[in-house]
Design a protein. Structure first.
Length: 129
């Protein structure tokens, strides 16, 4: 039996805005929505894959999270990578939804582009042309 990823934390500066971006723009589906004593546990999964890897839209609660997030973004380093069959088509779709594209699709042996998630992170999209 092999280990596999179940959840990945995505540090966000605003969970409401992140949920809207990841569902309305990127097409993920909300999976968990638990509120307790001011804390909100909210996760999303790829559309049509409710048992797939969950992205935990994690608030910047730990003191190290803010400089970590800001440092990655300032250096142009994506926090996560998402994959698609056609990076170019996905970027055009996202542009049509008003998503900020930081770097246009380029071929580095795999096609890649970078977008801004509006919540403090860069996201790299990789896949076919």
């Amino acid at each position: 039996m092999a280990l596999k990823a179940a959840m990945v934390s995505v540090l966000v500066d605003d969970q409401e805005r992140a949920l809207a971006f990841y569902t309305e723009k990127l097409g993920f589906e909300k999976k968990s929505d638990i509120r307790n004593d001011g804390y909100w546990w909210v996760t999303v999964t790829a559309a049509g894959d409710p048992q797939g890897v969950e992205l935990v839209l994690e608030p910047l609660g730990h003191p190290a999270s803010i400089p970590y997030q800001q440092g990655l973004k300032a250096d142009g380093i994506p926090l996560i990578q998402l994959t698609t069959d056609s990076v170019s088509a996905e970027v055009e779709r996202l542009k049509g939804l008003g998503v900020t594209v930081v770097s246009e699709p380029q071929n580095y042996g795999v096609w890649s582009a970078t977008i801004d998630d509006t919540c403090g992170n860069l996201i790299q999209i990789v896949g076919g042309e």
